[in-house]
Write a protein that binds this ligand. Structure first.
Ligand code: GLN
Length: 257
């Protein structure tokens, strides 16, 4: 088996160790004898449907407003249409914070600039500048019933119902009526500090505010993504010794916000 990971904008969108997610996906695949090919997609990389047809999993990290301003036009014009086809065609993807925001309709930055998004996720995000405090701190959230009830997740889940992480964003994200959240906030702010939702699920793609990097302390979600990406049931993924990681996850649930 082989997994092709496409890491978009690795130089621009990589806050709080987000690139660790790619390392975790690679390492957990490697330990199962799954060959890993990593494609690094920068603004000057040409993307087309031929390239996307080979991709099993897309990853994009977070970035400050300044980085988002540097790449959003390239996303909109050059990569967005192919990403839209990929995601709407059931492709697997993970999008953290700044990139999660840019998959929506628009992101209104702290200085009021509107960055048009790729319009793939039915959501929008606004930063209220000085008028509202940033959402910063440790986070715990309960995964949505859609994921907990998915047989693939049940097959790979040796840990529990929660995601843990760390968030640091000024933008507040509001989901469209049909878009399902990834999780319910137990500790932290999540999408907007108002409605207890965290992240979003659209087909096989996931957006979240959780850095950390997310997958380092959430190996069940990492394996879920690998199984989804490879279109396997998850039972084929050999169990790994995650004792220490499980301890880190459990300890994280007790951290102060
Ligand atoms: N610039 C965005 C915000 O502050 C995203 C930050 C991030 O990716 N952590 O809302």
């Amino acid at each position: 088996m082989k997994i092709v990971l496409a890491y978009f904008y690795p130089e621009l969108l990589n806050l709080y160790g987000d690139n660790g997610n790619v390392e975790i996906l690679s390492q957990r695949s490697f330990l199962r004898n799954i060959e890993v090919e990593l494609l690094r997609i920068s603004p000057d990389t040409r993307v087309d449907s031929m390239l996307m047809a080979h991709v099993n999993l897309v990853f994009m990290g977070g970035g400050p407003d300044s980085s988002q301003k540097s790449m959003y036009e390239d996303l909109l014009k050059n990569k967005g249409p192919y990403l839209k086809d990929y995601i709407e065609g059931e492709g697997t993807g993970l999008f953290i914070c700044g990139s999660y925001q840019l998959l929506g309709h628009y992101y209104k930055a702290a200085d009021g600039t509107i960055l048009n998004g790729a319009g793939i996720f039915d959501l929008y995000t606004e930063h209220f500048g000085e008028r509202k405090p940033r959402c910063i701190g440790n986070t715990v959230a309960e995964l949505s019933s859609d994921i907990l009830g998915d047989q693939i997740f049940k097959n790979v889940n040796k840990l529990g119902d929660t995601l843990v992480g760390f968030e640091n964003h000024g933008g507040r994200t509001y989901l469209g009526a049909e878009l399902r959240p990834l999780a319910k906030v137990l500790t932290g702010y999540g999408n907007n500090a108002e409605d207890n939702t965290e992240g979003a699920v659209f087909k096989n793609s996931y957006g979240t505010y959780f850095h950390g990097p997310l997958l380092a302390r959430n190996p069940h979600f990492a394996d879920y993504l690998i199984a989804k990406a490879l279109k396997i049931s998850g039972e084929e993924l050999k169990a790994l010794d995650d004792t220490l990681i499980h301890s880190a996850h459990t300890a994280s649930k007790k951290l102060k916000q």
